[in-house]
Every structure is written in structure tokens, then in C-alpha cells.
Write a protein that binds this ligand. Structure first.
Ligand SMILES: [Fe+2]
Length: 131
């Protein structure tokens, strides 16, 4: 299932963050499609995802800091792990051994789905409890 078809159930209730999640889902879907078709655009899509994800992580971590979210550090570590994995794929793309494209496509979709639907929903619950 494409991530963009998951609907609004993953909303944090913060417009900026929700829009960023939507864009991240779309980007991940584009990467998945590029991987499936063995398109040469994968490297470009990956670079775009890394840049956008880092901007989003900054925004999301700033939100967590503002609300004194107790699991900020754990959540930040998940962001860093995702970024490190994307950097590994980037290194592989430009290295001698080709990356495992299927693993990469699955990783991106699984991470995004798991992170937004579980980790980020913990933030949503915390926000709701604060009100
Ligand atoms: Fe996050």
C-alpha cells in the first residue's frame, strides 16, 4: 500500500509537521516506485529525501522540545538512525558494490510507516494529554 493512502489517521494536529509527514510519505512512495522500476532517479530521490527529512526532523524535535516531550532523546535517536541508513545507501550508490534496491525500498516504507504511525502517535497522545 502506498503511504499516501493511509489518510489522516497519523495527524499530530500540528499543521507544519503534518504537511511535512505527508510530503515525506509522497517522497518515500516516489523512491519505492523508482526502485521498483529500476529508475535512474533513485539517487536524486534519495538525496531529496535526506535533505527534506533532516529539515523535518529539526522541526519535529523543536516541537518536542517546546512541549517538553519526555521521550525526545529516544525519538531523536530514531531520526539519527534513519539518517545514517540513508547515508549508507548514498555511499553504496556511489560505491563499487551496488546497493540492495529492494531492501532500500522496503526499509524506507517500513521505517516511515512504523515511525509515523507508532512513534509519532506517542507525541500525539502526549499533546492531547497536555490539553
Ligand atoms: Fe519523528
Amino acid at each position: 500500500m502506498a503511504l499516501t493512502k493511509l489518510g489522516t489517521g497519523y495527524s499530530l494536529g500540528d499543521q507544519e509537521i503534518d504537511e511535512q509527514h505527508h510530503e515525506l510519505f509522497e517522497m518515500t512512495d516516489r523512491i519505492s516506485a523508482a526502485v521498483a522500476s529500476r529508475s535512474l532517479n533513485v539517487a536524486e530521490e534519495l538525496a531529496a529525501l535526506m535533505l527534506y527529512a533532516s529539515e523535518h526532523f529539526y522541526s519535529e524535535e523543536a516541537l518536542m522540545a517546546r512541549i517538553a516531550y519526555p521521550d525526545l532523546l529516544t525519538h531523536r535517536m530514531a531520526h539519527r538512525a534513519f539518517t545514517r541508513q540513508l547515508m549508507r545507501f548514498t555511499d553504496q550508490i556511489h560505491g563499487a558494490c551496488p546497493p540492495d534496491w529492494n531492501f532500500f525500498g522496503d526499509f524506507a516504507i517500513t521505517w516511515m510507516r512504523t515511525h509515523v504511525l507508532t512513534g509519532n502517535m506517542d507525541i500525539r497522545r502526549y499533546l492531547l494529554e497536555m490539553r
